[in-house]
Ligand binder design. Structure first.
Ligand code: T4K
Length: 391
C-alpha cells in the first residue's frame, strides 16, 4: 500500500490510487455457493421457476421462523413489497415518513397517489423523531411509515403511541434491518407489518427480493392475493393485484445465504470496530454508534464529517473515490431534496433542520467480509492528511 503522509500522496493530487479496482459500499455477500448451485440444479430439473414454487415456500417458512413472525410474504423486491403493504393497509391521503431514507420509501407512496409528508429525525440515531411526527399530522393523515435506518430500530413504541392517539396505521420499512432487534425483540413484528429488502447490496441478499412480515392473518392473505394479480386458484381473480412474486432462483440465493449471515455480521462488526479505532482522534470525524445491547448487522459504517471540520464532506468523498474507495453520501440530499418532492414541497427543508444537517455530514464506507484492511487505514489517512493540509 502506498503511504499517505501528505496531500501530495493523494490520488486526487495526481499520485496513483491505493486500489486498482473499485471498493464498493454495496458489494454483494455470497452465501454457500455449492448449496446455491444444487438448489438451482433442482429448480431446473423441476422446471418450476416462479409462482409460489417450493423454494419460495421454504424461504418464507425459514424467514418467518427466524423472525418469530406468523407470516412472511416474499416479493420480487423491497419497493414492490412496500407498495403492496401500503395498499393492503388501505393507506391514502397523507402518510408521514422520514425524508432521511432511500427514496423508495417515499416513491412507494407517491406512485400510488399518496402524499409522503416528511418528518424530521433525531440527529443522534438518524431515525424518525416522534415529536416531529406529531407536528406533521393533519386531517388527511392516515398512517406513519417508520424506517429502521442503518438497521437500528426506529422508536417503535413512541411511534405506536402517536399512531394510537391519532387513529393512524403504523408500518415499518425494515429494508436495512434483517436480524436487528428492538429492546431485544427481533424486528419483524412491529406495527401492522414490516417490509424487508434483500437487494444485492444488502447484508443478506436474494439478488433482488423483499418480503412483508406480519402477525396479521387477514393482511397476509390480502398481500398474497395482491402479489399474484388477485388470483385465488386457477382462472379465479378475486382482488385487484400486481406481479410482486419472488422467483425461485432468488429464493435459492436466500436459502444459501441464511447460514453464513452470522459470519457476515461478525466480519462487519470487526471492520466497524477497526474503522472506529482508525478514525479515533481525528477531531471532527466520527462514526455513528450502534446500541451495543441490540443486534445490528453493522452493514452500514456511517462516518460523519462535522460542519467545523476544515475540509468538506464532498471533498473527502472525492478524495476517497480517487483512491478507488467508492464511499457513498446516502441519503443525501434527503427525499425532500429530490424530484418530484423538492418541486412539490419547496419549503420542506424548513421543517427538517436535522435531516439537512445530517445529510451534509454523512459518508457511508465500504464494509463486508472481503474488505481489505488497507481500506480502513486509507480512509483514516485521507481524512488525517486533508485535515492537516487544510490547517
Ligand atoms: N427502503 C430502504 C430504506 C432502502 O434502503 C431500500 C433500498 C428500499 C426501501 C428498496 O428496496 P429494494 O426495492 O431495492 O429491494 C442501492 C440499492 O439498489 C437499494 O436496494 C438500497 N436500498 C440502496 C440503499 O442502495 P443505489 O442507487 O445506491 O445502487 P447502486 O447501483 O449505486 O449500487 C450501490 C453500490 O453497490 C455501488 O457502489 C455498486 C455496488 N454494487 C451494486 C450491485 C447491484 C455491486 O458491487 N454489485 C451489485 O450487484 O441503491
Amino acid at each position: 500500500m502506498k503511504p499517505i503522509r501528505s496531500l501530495s500522496d493523494l490520488a486526487i493530487r495526481g499520485a496513483p490510487p491505493v486500489f486498482e479496482e473499485p471498493l464498493h459500499v454495496g458489494r454483494p455477500n455470497i452465501g454457500d455457493r455449492e448449496m446455491f448451485m444444487r438448489l438451482a440444479g433442482e429448480m431446473f430439473d423441476r422446471r418450476w421457476f416462479s409462482n409460489n414454487g417450493p423454494l419460495v415456500q421454504e424461504f418464507e417458512r425459514r424467514l418467518a421462523e427466524r423472525l418469530g413472525v406468523r407470516h412472511c410474504v416474499a416479493m420480487c423486491n423491497g419497493t414492490i413489497a412496500l407498495e403492496i403493504a401500503i395498499r393492503a393497509l388501505g393507506l391514502e391521503g397523507e402518510v408521514i415518513v422520514p425524508s432521511w431514507t432511500f427514496v423508495a420509501t417515499a416513491h412507494a407512496l407517491y406512485w400510488q397517489g399518496i402524499t409522503p409528508v416528511f418528518a424530521d429525525i433525531d440527529p443522534q440515531t438518524h431515525n424518525l423523531d416522534p415529536t416531529a411526527v406529531r407536528k406533521m399530522i393533519t386531517p388527511r393523515t392516515t398512517g406513519i411509515i417508520g424506517v429502521h435506518v442503518w438497521g437500528r430500530a426506529a422508536p417503535v413504541e413512541e411511534l405506536q403511541a402517536v399512531a394510537d392517539e391519532h387513529g393512524l396505521k403504523l408500518m415499518f420499512d425494515a429494508a436495512h434491518a434483517f436480524g436487528s432487534t428492538y429492546r431485544g425483540a427481533t424486528i419483524g413484528r412491529f406495527g401492522s407489518c414490516e417490509v424487508l429488502s434483500f437487494h444485492a447490496t444488502k447484508a443478506f441478499n436474494t439478488f433482488e427480493g423483499g418480503a412483508v412480515v406480519t402477525d396479521d392473518d387477514e393482511l397476509a392473505e390480502k398481500m398474497r392475493l395482491m402479489r399474484n394479480f388477485g388470483f385465488h386458484g386457477y382462472d379465479n381473480v378475486i382482488h385487484p393485484g400486481t406481479n410482486g412474486k419472488m422467483i425461485e432462483i432468488c429464493a435459492a440465493m436466500g436459502l444459501a445465504g441464511f447460514d453464513s449471515h452470522a459470519d457476515t455480521v461478525a466480519a462487519n462488526r470487526r471492520n466497524y470496530a477497526a474503522y472506529v479505532s482508525a478514525l479515533d482522534g481525528i477531531d471532527g470525524i466520527s462514526v455513528l454508534k450502534y446500541d451495543e445491547y441490540e443486534q445490528n448487522s453493522h452493514h452500514y459504517v456511517v462516518m460523519e464529517v462535522a460542519d467545523e471540520f476544515p475540509v468538506s464532506r464532498d471533498e473527502i468523498v472525492a478524495a476517497l473515490h480517487a483512491e478507488n474507495i467508492l464511499a457513498r453520501k446516502y441519503f443525501w440530499p434527503g427525499c425532500h431534496g429530490m424530484r418530484p418532492y423538492r418541486d412539490l414541497f419547496p419549503h420542506a427543508r424548513l421543517m427538517l433542520p436535522n435531516t439537512e444537517k445530517v445529510s451534509r455530514r454523512v459518508v457511508v464506507l465500504p464494509n463486508g467480509p472481503g474488505l481489505p484492511n488497507e481500506c480502513i487505514a486509507t480512509v483514516a489517512a485521507v481524512c488525517r492528511v486533508m485535515k492537516e493540509g487544510a490547517a
